[in-house]
Design a protein around this ligand. Structure first.
Ligand code: RAM
Length: 508
């Protein structure tokens, strides 16, 4: 049931969007090398170069931008006696310029591909595109033009938008060049995902997802401190639960705020920990009072899914929980850990609220779920937690057991090390999962190893020449996609902005 009062509170917090005009800095000629790497050189034909049928130019905007493109177009030759037909292709990552949208046959809608075909009737003239794009590069291709004149691109600029204000970004003091670099890229990633809500990615899906919000909010508290944006997002989720009262996986804002029918158990439970984190950052008890019933019901709804053995019931259903972008992953073990993690957050919240009885209840559930994990999912032969009927060994399961407190201290650290080094253990796929892995190592007291791992992983992405961190990154295969084609991958993705949180917190 929709909670109108919460919705109104949320909508009243929708932020002002700051606009900055960014001009294209140059024309470039990207080239793909044999090893797949792309080199970017200034192109011989710059702005103002006459373009005819089949000609292309690539504009570069100096950094990853989110915004609206305007082109000032001119004419050389006779009066424009026919419209020009242009194809514009926007790219966050130059690789997108080498991918043909027609070759994409994946399962996510191809309409996410950042391409536009336009006709321009009046030339010279100014064309402003109505759709918001995420890009550093824009390729303009002349699909057709009359032979009586040539087209020129005289000027190009982007009205870049974000609700984050760089003037308010807290400085990061550590002078280590790698830390500085990772922090800068992470902040840019967050900045460009901060719009009317915390979006997961400004290219795709451009909406509020709870799993992403949990990470973004933590980074926000140590960077832009735009805490009302977190508050808005929490109220949106609480205002628009599903029929069963579960918090949805994501929210659409337009045309009217609506919850998606994608419900994932781990994401619902992150409402609890995101609320706790919000309180810790702001001390805003009024919001905790308002939203606590929603948080608590997530825990009780999850309790209702336990088996007689107090284990989260396994499911074959796609998307019943997320954990990682890995279809081969059995999620039962990791989900048990997420429940433990959320229960602990709930216990902390009951302390703040002075709700002793609820504290006892949650503690009892936490203890029985932890004991169940250690009795039924701990596999002494394998010396780790396993998941599902086939006793699958994965890194994800161990990570969440550690974060949920099923195992602690040196034992937890040894477990993580052992399973990471096991070649047969199912590996992590997304930066989202790697973020949680780094967090788990820190939780197990392995801060040094955790930060070093983070620097290797995100440093590897940075070495690809990125402005913002990506949705997916496999160091062994940087061109990987769970969607059936990299052309729909997002290259500025919220759940990847964690380095700014880890660095500012542990390497100030
Ligand atoms: C992807 C989104 C988002 C994530 C969901 C589960 O499609 O990009 O980041 O939270 O999946």
């Amino acid at each position: 049931m929709k909670n109108q009062a919460f919705l109104e509170k949320a909508l009243a917090l929708i932020p002002v969007i700051h606009e900055t005009e960014i001009a294209a800095v140059r024309c470039v000629s990207p080239e793909k090398q044999e090893d797949g790497r792309i080199t970017i050189r200034p192109s011989a034909a710059g702005m103002g170069h006459p373009l005819q049928k089949g000609d292309r130019i690539v504009l570069e905007f100096g950094d990853h931008q989110v915004g609206y493109l305007t082109l000032k177009l001119g004419v050389k030759g006779f009066h424009a006696d026919a419209p020009v037909r242009l194809r514009l292709h926007f790219a966050e990552n130059p690789i997108e310029l080498f991918e043909d949208p027609d070759d994409y046959h994946g399962w996510i809608c191809s309409s996410w591909i950042e391409e536009e075909i336009i006709h321009v009737d009046v030339l010279p003239g100014v064309v402003s595109l109505p759709r918001r794009y995420a890009f550093r590069y824009v390729r303009i291709e002349v699909l057709d033009i009359s032979s009586r004149f040539s087209l020129t691109v005289e000027e190009a600029y982007c009205r870049a938008v974000s609700s984050a204000d760089d003037a308010l970004l807290l400085p990061y003091g550590n002078e280590d060049p790698l830390y500085q670099r990772l922090d800068r890229i992470a902040c840019r990633t967050l900045h460009n995902c901060m719009q009317a809500v915390f979006e997961d990615g400004p290219k795709r899906d451009r909406r509020l997802w709870l799993g992403d919000l949990r990470i973004q909010a933590r980074v926000n508290y140590v960077t832009y401190r735009k805490n009302d944006l977190v508050k808005e997002c929490l109220y949106l989720f609480a205002a628009l639960p599903t029929k069963s009262g579960q918090v949805g996986g994501c929210i659409f804002l337009e045309p009217e705020p609506e919850v998606d029918d994608v419900v994932m158990l781990d994401y619902s439970l992150f409402f609890v920990s995101t609320l706790l984190d919000y309180y810790k950052a702001t001390g805003d008890m009024e919001t905790v009072h308002d939203l606590w019933p929603t948080a608590l019901s997530q825990l009780y709804l999850a309790e209702g899914l336990l088996t007689d053995q107090d284990l989260i019931r396994d499911s074959e259903e796609m998307g019943w929980c997320f954990i990682d972008w890995n279809l081969a992953l059995n999620k039962q073990g990791a989900m048990q850990g997420v429940l433990l993690y959320a229960l602990r957050s709930g216990m902390e919240l009951t302390r703040l609220l002075n709700e002793q009885d609820t504290y006892m209840k949650l503690e009892a559930i936490w203890k029985s779920c932890r004991n169940a994990a250690n009795q039924y999912l701990w596999n002494s032969e394998e010396a780790c937690y396993t998941s599902g009927d086939n006793a699958q060994v994965s890194v994800a399961t161990q990570v969440w057991m550690v974060l949920g407190g099923a195992i602690e201290g040196k034992k937890a650290a040894d477990l993580l090390r052992r399973v990471t080094n096991r070649p047969d253990a199912l590996k992590m796929v997304s930066p989202y999962m790697v973020h949680n892995y780094v967090d788990a190592m820190i939780c197990a007291g392995e801060e040094e190893t955790a930060i070093a791992y983070m620097c290797r992983y995100w440093g590897g992405m940075a070495d690809q020449g990125v402005d913002t961190f990506w949705e997916l990154y496999n160091p062994e295969n940087p061109q990987e996609s769970p969607y059936g084609g990299t052309i729909v991958n997002s290259y500025c993705h919220a759940w990847s902005c964690g380095p700014a949180y880890f660095l500012r917190r542990y390497r100030p």
